[in-house]
Design a binder for this molecule. Sequence first.
Ligand code: DGT
Ligand code: CA
Ligand code: CA
Ligand code: ZN
Length: 578
Amino acid sequence: MDRNDIADTLSEIGTLLELKGENPFKVRAYQNGARKLETLEEDLATLIEEDRLKEVPGMGEALVQKITELHQTGTLAFYEKLKASIDPGLVSMLEIPGLGAKKISAMNKALGIASIDALKAACESGEVAALKGFGKKTADNILQGIANREAYGKRHLWWKANEVAEPILAGLKKLPAVAMASHAGSLRRCRETVGDLDFIVGSENPAPIMEWFVTQEGVKEVTARGETKSSVRFDSGLQADIRVVPPKQFPFALHHFTGSKEHNVAMRQRALARGMSLSEWGLKPVDEESFENGKTAESEEDIFSLLDLEYIPPELREGLGEIEAAESGSLPDLVRTDDLRGVFHNHTTASDGRNSLEEMTEAAQALGWEYWGVADHSKASFQANGLDEEQTLKLAQQVEALNASGRFETHVFSGIECDILGDGSLDLEESVLMRLDYVVASVHISMTQSQEEMTARIIKAIEHPATTMLGHLTGRLLLRREGCKVDVSRVVDAAIANEVIIEINANPYRLDMDWRFWRKASDRGLLTSINPDAHRVEHFDFVAAGVHTARKGWLERSSVVNTFSLPEVKALLARKRP
Ligand code: DGT
Ligand code: CA
Ligand code: CA
Ligand code: ZN
């Protein structure tokens, strides 16, 4: 073990002893020992070899023995034993910003607190504030620290992160010093969640850009501030990084910081195979020192073309075969939001939606859609005011009347989001379902079945003659709830065999079926519909998130039925209504 690792271990020993409430002198001895090691002027190996470590001021016998053991064996029996003797709950409390071992130990002794949850409860109940030497302010600080730990540790939904990112990018582009600016990282690759925001700027004059970035509205904390790089944290815990580079370097930096790491590794290997070195700085012959005489690129397109590749859209840069496809000219012609001509899975005031059939139709028309479909809940979803057979038929009649009235140019399809019951049967009579234009079959109840049960249940629903499409396959809610367990491959097989569509539920919390399954599934012939699951007119906008999922899944228009024209869609739906 080297000097720095040994110093870290010593300082951890100090913390662990403090957690146990040990004698403060003993604690300090380890902390001082760690600092001594860090500032050692002579080589540690030499000192140990010549048995002179004990001559260093402040190095007691116990410390010398432990440092020597760590240096020679890489482990320390004393440390292992100490770790094993401490409740991991106490150690986890050290992750709370602003809370140290001494306070944790005191609260453990007085109140028996040994976990973050218990600590939170004790702060809320006033027990911590009542402790000698603590008080209300300390308890409030601890609660704030717990909240921050949760917020800072977590990932953020792409949709929400993008709402923060858009004004930042717009603000950057307005600055006179900015020649060019872009978002990068997972945000630009349209991952369903992002760890932090990344921005790349091209400019010869970074100072005013840095100043604007760290003082912009909503910044809660500046976590790093440099001449060309800074990081800030917003109230939500979301962090944003910015890097300013000379305009000449911009395309290379943008490509590098868009990632993914896997994509970058493959690109660098490709460059190396051509005797070139690719990095955030540029592209140059491997044997040249600097990037001065390297290749120039006006845009990312140029970088790909310098490496004999078609342009790879950011959504595909996940290191999953995009470079091979770009080399052979077989990248997909990815679906786009403006390719959509309608949507199918939507709710109205008839069940748990906020807007009426007419309001939704008006909004669909305003978006330029040729059609949209209503699919309110069925009766098993009673908490969502689900419809029974009679109410379902009544809604279908209203749809028919609205279409006949000629009030709107946008055609309305009548459908239902029919519950898949626990045994795989559908919630409404087959004769009623067959009178609707289409049926979205979804699982909302009994979600905790085993994978075997759930898979069989969903396949049974797929085999029902009235089923047109499957709603939100797993029922997951990103960052909130795991989806149910299901054998995706078998469900996809069944859907293809029964000509059932599997939706991409475009609600930003769902994005279900996941993008990772789509490339293979569509190669086998599966069709999708990008459905907003709108519960109010504004939710129609969710389709943009669903399009990201489709693009990350390599989907072209031909796999997405709601890019089809009205006559094509009518013909497709009619196949299930002989
Ligand atoms: P995130 O923020 O966790 O959602 O994911 P990213 O992809 O945005 O990752 P981030 O913010 O750490 O870095 C942005 C990009 O910069 C990343 O996708 C690739 C590039 N990058 C960062 N660190 C490294 C690295 O150590 N190696 C390589 N090859 N690329 C890196
Ligand atoms: Ca990032
Ligand atoms: Ca970052
Ligand atoms: Zn649903």
